[in-house]
Design a protein around this ligand. Structure first.
Ligand SMILES: NC(=O)c1ccc[n+]([C@@H]2O[C@H](COP(=O)([O-])OP(=O)(O)OC[C@H]3O[C@@H](n4cnc5c(N)ncnc54)[C@H](OP(=O)(O)O)[C@@H]3O)[C@@H](O)[C@H]2O)c1
Length: 234
């Protein structure tokens, strides 16, 4: 079974994802928006969240620390724990994210890795108490990863929390069930800055959004919700 996948992002009015670059507002401060993201995250009641490698490296700044001698490692799956209250998952095809332990923000870490990741990295993750799934094909098959997350860890509702690249990958693969965007009263304005979704060649023809709700929350922020479905012609 595929877990339900719910995207959650904070965005400026022009769809950009770096709040530190946005115009200011008398309606509130950036820290208010961060707190609102956390509160909507909790209200969505996911049992796991997933982010891209770049976003994870902003959260976990540990350096590489592979063991000096590499024991035999498990492939494709290592389950360090299957009864965590919540899981923090990273899509990390080359094994570039490192951890100081088995949790991030209190949630058990699972790394989704490419098949060429070295045994030394798998051994490092295992020693840190991190779970992992290694892709079996040349590319990471996101649908297969979701099935394994459900089967091996019991994950039923996954919050997809950026950045734009990982969001774009899941949308293009037709794996997202709902999009939630917290729009702040601000512009970025720099065309060179990333948007909340990005995918090579764009997403036209890959998905359709239908309106669910628009709820003013606080500090000038509006919570938009859309259901996502496959295109009718697909
Ligand atoms: N506004 C918000 O709510 C919000 C939320 C989250 C993050 N952010 C911001 O977003 C920025 C990062 O966004 P980003 O788009 O540059 O990076 P990202 O999505 O965090 O990470 C992208 C990386 O994840 C891996 N990846 C993504 N999709 C993949 C796929 N289908 N298969 C294999 N690997 C895949 C690749 O890693 P490799 O490069 O190693 O191949 C890719 O370069 C950060 O600065 C963060 O602060 C904002």
């Amino acid at each position: 079974m595929k877990p339900e996948v719910i995207m959650l992002m904070t965005s400026s009015l022009d769809g950009k994802l770096h709040p530190s670059r946005w115009t200011l507002t008398p309606d509130g401060e950036r820290k208010n928006w961060g707190a609102m993201f956390e509160s909507v995250h909790d209200a969505l009641e996911g049992d796991a969240w997933i982010i891209g490698r770049i976003t994870m490296q902003e959260m976990s700044r540990a350096a590489a620390h592979p063991p000096t001698s590499v024991p035999e490692v498990e492939r494709p799956l290592h389950v360090a724990t299957r009864d965590a209250k919540s899981y923090g998952i990273v899509l990390d095809p080359s094994g570039r994210a490192h951890f100081a332990g088995g949790t991030i923000g209190g949630d058990h870490v699972i790394a989704l890795l490419g098949r060429n990741v070295a045994d030394a990295h798998l051994a490092e993750l295992k020693a840190d108490g991190v779970s992992y799934i290694v892709a079996e094909g040349a590319e990471i098959d996101l649908a297969a990863m979701l099935e394994t997350l459900n089967r091996a860890f019991g994950i039923k509702r996954l919050l997809l929390e950026g950045g734009g690249t990982v969001n774009g990958s899941f949308l293009a693969a037709g794996l997202v069930d709902e999009v939630n965007v917290l729009v702040g009263p601000a512009f970025d304005g720099d065309v060179a800055q990333q948007g909340i979704v990005s995918h090579p060649g764009g997403l036209a023809g890959t998905c359709e959004l239908s309106f669910r709700s628009a709820t003013p929350i606080a500090n000038g922020m509006v919570h938009l919700r859309y259901a996502v479905s496959r295109p009718r012609s697909a």
